[in-house]
Design a protein around this ligand. Structure first.
Ligand code: FAD
Ligand code: NAD
Length: 480
């Protein structure tokens, strides 16, 4: 059987499903190929994000945070709670329900928008033809006016700690633990290590995080990263920087990790070990030798700023191409490509993509860090407002952290915003909008913010840039 579509999308993660829906909305006949099957053998849409990524991890982060607050933070409000217990299987059930509701929701959106779902594994051939191989081994070929590759990414593995799905697990395994491990080892103090390490630490596991780099969260503004390191330490996350895991050994249902650091070689025994050392593009079984699409030196599909590959009419978006591996980055690339295929002049501002680490406190940022501006020799100024001075944060008993805004000395244009603290993601998003509109700190300063809100910290940080914050003593402005 041979079918023809205006657009064929390979992969129904946040990059692919969004591209497919937008293409269909624009009147293009659209099919989306997806190979993911759930435990019942049914095709599951939403990719890593919905099945084993953003959504299930946030479900566990919220459940575990509620438990921690109930245990530690209610007494100050005058709430007395006794006999607190935690039911891991109820937490996992809730998470699984959210996942099936959302993945099912994408199927509904496909139907509502007229996207044809083609279950199976897609492989791009020459001439914009795609072969789809089903689980039963049968195959069909479809031809496309345009192909959008959105095959996503998979966890990186390291030879010194091979994942066995039992004692040594990846992020997916860390979302499925049926009981709290007394001692949990995590390799990698990146986003996954910190988020999932926090979940199990809040539930009572002793968590040790082994990180190869000497610097903690190097991509984060270092003032914020230092604040985060201090807070995580207080929370009981034992983060050991500058460590190199050289081997693992399983014995008596435990895993013994050997690692070296500047003090020599050490061993630690864990009940479970999570390997969270990054993700790599999923480009195997995807590209036939004659398809003409090339990979870069790191295995990402090579694309330009408009996500065009070297083959006309073939695009790639999301984790399978360069740039941060973030759901929203892939989704916006998907929209851009669908709109360009439909003849619109869409583009994506890669300077304005927010990042968030959903720990507590949350860490969120957009734009340049102070260390980047220094190393680029930019004449910048900065304003910081601590949540300790925010009435709303005090009312919520959540006063750790700060908002920091960086701006150009000459133009006053906002260059970066960095937040650690309550609702950091939502506060940094305000700066994303401001930056997208090319705002200056004066624009933010002249904006009226509701009182009492956490957002006032953004206002005050903008005021602090030029030394006229109201609710803190101002430092002498930098860069003047
Ligand atoms: P994916 O989501 O990986 O989807 C790719 C899809 O393509 C998959 O469904 C796959 O089965 C399918 N596919 C691949 N090859 C083929 C083929 N040949 N044929 C058919 N189908 C194919 N990002 C955030 O922005 N915020 C977060 O909070 C966040 N939390 C995360 C937590 C965890 C634990 C993990 C692992 C990731 C998290 N991420 C988060 C990252 C986010 O999940 C990814 O950036 C995002 O899912 C990438 O979207 P994508 O569509 O490019 O790829
Ligand atoms: P990451 O790149 O964030 O962190 C990996 C960490 O492991 C780094 O600090 C790295 O230095 C360290 N590392 C690498 N090799 C090591 C080794 N051999 N020994 C010890 N440490 C080692 O990757 P991740 O945490 O695995 O997450 C993967 C991707 O998923 C990220 O790109 C991230 O963008 C995305 N993600 C995003 C969110 C979010 O947006 N909140 C959450 C989870 C994952």
């Amino acid at each position: 059987m041979s079918n023809s579509y205006d657009v064929v999308v390979i992969g129904a993660g946040p990059a692919g499903y969004v591209a497919a829906i937008r293409a269909a909305q624009l009147g293009l006949s659209t099919a989306c190929i997806e190979k993911w099957v759930d435990q019942a053998g049914k095709t599951s849409l939403g990719g890593t994000c919905l099945n084993v990524g953003c959504i299930p991890s946030k479900a566990l982060l919220d459940s575990s945070q509620k438990y921690l607050e109930t245990r530690n933070d209610l007494a100050i409000h005058g709430i007395k709670v006794e006999g607190i217990a935690f039911d891991v299987s109820a937490m996992l059930d809730r998470k699984n329900k959210i996942v099936s509701q959302l993945t099912g929701g994408i199927s509904g959106l496909f139907k509502a928008n007229g996207v044809t779902l083609l279950p199976g594994t897609g492989m791009l051939k020459a001439g914009k033809k795609v072969v789809i191989t089903s689980a039963d081994g049968s195959s069909e070929e479809v031809s496309a006016g345009n192909v959008i590759i959105a095959a996503g990414s998979v966890p990186v593995d390291i030879p010194s700690a091979p994942v066995d799905g039992d004692l040594i697990i990846d992020s997916t395994g860390a979302l499925e633990l049926t009981e709290v491990p007394p001692r949990l080892g995590v390799i990698g103090a990146g986003v996954i290590g910190l988020e999932l390490g926090s979940v199990w630490n809040r539930l009572g596991a002793e968590v040790v995080v082994l990180e190869a780099l000497e610097e903690f969260l190097p991509a984060v503004d270092q003032q914020i990263a230092k604040d985060a390191a201090k807070t995580f330490k207080k929370q009981g996350l034992d983060i050991r920087l500058g460590t190199r895991v050289t081997g693992t050994e399983k014995s008596d249902g435990k895993v013994i990790v050997t690692y070296s650091n500047r003090d020599g070689e050490h061993q630690e025994t864990f009940d479970k070990l999570v390997v969270a050392v990054g993700r790599k593009p999923q480009s195997s079984d995807l590209l036939a030798a004659d398809c003409g699409v090339n990979l870069d030196e790191r295995g990402f599909i090579f694309v330009n700023d408009f996500c065009e590959t070297e083959v006309a009419g073939v695009y790639a978006v999301g984790d399978v191409v360069r740039g941060p591996m973030l759901a929203h980055k892939g989704s916006e690339e998907g929209v851009m490509v669908a709109e360009r295929i439909a003849g619109k002049k869409a583009q994506l501002n890669y300077e304005c993509i927010p990042s968030v680490v959903y720990t507590h406190p949350e860490i969120a940022w957009v734009g340049n860090t102070e260390q980047e501006l220094k190393s680029d020799g930019v004449n910048y100024k900065s304003g910081v407002f601590p949540f300790a001075a925010s009435g709303r944060a005090m009312a919520a008993n959540d006063t750790g952290g700060m908002v920091k805004i960086l701006a150009d000395v000459e133009t006053d244009r906002i260059l970066g915003c960095h937040v650690i603290g309550p609702s950091a993601a939502d506060l940094a998003q305000q700066a994303v909008i401001a930056m997208e509109f090319g705002a200056s700190t004066e624009d933010l300063a002249l904006t009226v913010f509701g009182h009492p809100t956490l957002s006032e910290a953004v206002h005050e940080a903008a005021l602090a840039v030029d030394g006229h914050a109201i609710h803190i003593a101002n430092r002498k402005p930098r860069g003047k």
